[in-house]
Structures are given as structure tokens and as C-alpha cells.
Design a protein around this ligand. Structure first.
Ligand SMILES: C[S@@+](CC[C@H](N)C(=O)[O-])C[C@H]1O[C@@H](n2cnc3c(N)ncnc32)[C@H](O)[C@@H]1O
Length: 254
């Protein structure tokens, strides 16, 4: 389809769908058993989860950066996969603050996002060998042009719309989670979690990427975060990224 036609059709679909998707979310939240399990920026149905998004065709509309129509302390799990790096820093903060608010004591958040330090390390340590890193296969498959090792850094910052968002490393994401009130942040590898709700939660895309990466080498750039803080309820977070950088954060309160 011609790009202009596509953009126009998508805008029309968005206009028609968004109010319906907001109403569907209201109904879904009313009907769902507590505690809730909520995904923001999700695209794939998952049993037991309220999967939300802001895209034109989402079934359940929720802008994760504004107040969620969810009561305080009513969720046990919040999940976001490759979403936070699309949001400017303040918007990411708003999302984490809302996640914290809706989570119950002991609740958990899992966030998945590229680890820019892992990319920089690969670039600095890999030299020309970095050009044969399996990560590049994934990029090429997505239609990106890979010419130099510096693309290892350029792509996670400049492509996929990330230029409009904020990029994280372990320390930065931990600091932002702590700022939101989370504690016990745990850095983890892909799909790793001692919580079945998270370990079972693996998008088809991520599963495929992980399989493809695992075949060729052990991923050195997955990470998990552990954070702890006195005060409020336990909440945890974890996530992953198709290029092999994954973050898991846990929030736990005494
Ligand atoms: C790279 S996609 C990731 C989709 C999916 N989570 C996955 O891992 O395949 C980023 C998603 O974030 C969603 N998104 C962007 N801004 C958002 C916001 N403010 N609230 C909720 N979702 C948002 C986009 O619509 C998009 O579906």
C-alpha cells in the first residue's frame, strides 16, 4: 500500500478504534479477577493478562504514561517489553510511577529494554568481529543496513523509533525504578524468572529471537537487576529485548 494511503487509513482506524478500545478496557478491568496482571505496550494476547497498548488496532487502549484507570494496589504483575525505550525520560518515569501505584505490596514489575552498555562493550571489545555478531542477523532481517561495528551503538539508540525515547543501562534503569519506589531490582537473562507469571510470559517474537541467538552463542549481554528498598510493598519487574539485551527488575518490600 502507498505510504500516504497507509498513514491515512491507519489514522482513521485509530480514530474509530481508540474510544472503543478504551471502553473495552474499562469492561475488561471491571470483569477481571484481582489481583490483575497488566501488560503495557503489548501486542499479543496472553491468558490471565490484561494486554494493553496505544496502537491504532489495540483491543484494550491504555496510554502507560498517563493515569491508568486501575485502582491502587490491585495488580500483582506489570509487564512491559521493549516499550520504555520508546518513551522520553519523563514519560518513562510516569509509566513506572503508575506501575508502582497499581501494584499491590509484593507485586512485581518486569521491564525489557536494550542495555546500551552491553552494546557499547560489544563495540569496544568486538572490533571487526562484531560485524558477525548474530545480533546483526536480526537487524538485517528487519531491513536495517549494517556497514560498520559502530552500528551496534547507532541502531539501539537511533532506530526503531528509539531516537524519541530514552536509552538505559542497568544502573540508569535501577535508579529510575528506585526513584519510582521499587526495590529488589534483579537483572536477569531472557525468560529467566523465579515467578511463573513472568517466566511463562514470552512473546513469540522474543522466543524466536532467543532461539536464534542461542543456537549460535551464549548471550553475554543479557542482564538482570536486583533492587531493594525499605518501605512499601514488594514489586518486581523484568523484561527483554530482541537484540539480546534484557532487564529484570524486582521490587520487594519488607
Ligand atoms: C517495539 S514495540 C514492542 C511491542 C511488544 N511489547 C513486543 O515486545 O513485541 C513498542 C510498543 O510500545 C507501544 N507504546 C508506545 N508508547 C506507548 C504508551 N505511551 N503507552 C502504551 N504503549 C505504548 C507501541 O504502540 C508499541 O506497540
Amino acid at each position: 500500500m502507498n505510504r500516504r494511503v497507509y498513514v491515512t487509513v491507519r489514522a482513521l482506524v485509530r480514530t474509530a478504534n481508540t474510544p472503543l478500545a478504551k471502553a473495552r478496557l474499562t469492561r475488561a478491568l471491571r470483569k477481571a479477577a484481582r489481583p490483575l496482571k497488566i501488560e503495557v505496550g503489548g501486542i499479543q494476547k496472553q491468558d490471565g493478562w490484561i494486554v494493553t497498548n496505544v496502537n491504532a488496532v489495540t483491543k484494550l487502549y491504555l496510554d502507560a504514561t498517563t493515569r491508568w484507570p486501575v485502582e491502587d494496589g490491585s495488580a500483582s504483575h506489570v509487564f512491559n517489553d521493549n516499550v520504555i525505550e520508546h518513551l522520553p525520560l519523563e514519560a518513562g518515569r510516569a509509566m513506572l510511577a503508575e506501575a508502582y501505584r497499581v501494584l499491590q505490596p509484593g507485586g512485581k514489575i518486569r521491564t525489557v529494554t536494550p542495555d546500551i552498555r552491553a552494546h557499547v562493550d560489544m563495540y569496544l571489545n568486538g572490533g571487526p568481529a562484531a560485524l558477525v555478531d548474530p545480533m546483526f542477523d536480526g537487524y538485517t532481517a528487519l531491513g536495517l543496513k549494517i556497514e560498520h561495528p559502530v552500528d551496534l551503538i547507532r541502531i539501539p539508540i537511533g532506530e526503531f523509533g528509539h531516537h524519541a525515547g530514552y536509552i538505559y543501562d542497568f544502573e540508569t534503569l535501577t535508579a529510575e525504578l528506585e526513584r519510582a519506589g521499587f526495590h529488589n531490582v534483579t537483572r536477569c537473562r531472557v525468560s529467566e524468572s523465579d515467578d511463573p507469571a513472568f517466566s511463562a510470559w514470552t512473546s513469540a517474537r522474543t522466543r524466536a529471537a532467543h532461539r536464534s541467538l542461542s543456537k549460535r552463542r551464549v548471550n553475554a549481554n543479557f542482564f538482570a537487576i536486583s533492587l531493594s528498598k525499605f518501605g512499601r510493598a514488594n514489586r518486581r519487574v523484568s523484561g527483554w529485548h530482541q537484540d539480546g539485551c534484557r532487564t529484570q527488575i524486582r521490587k520487594a518490600v519488607p
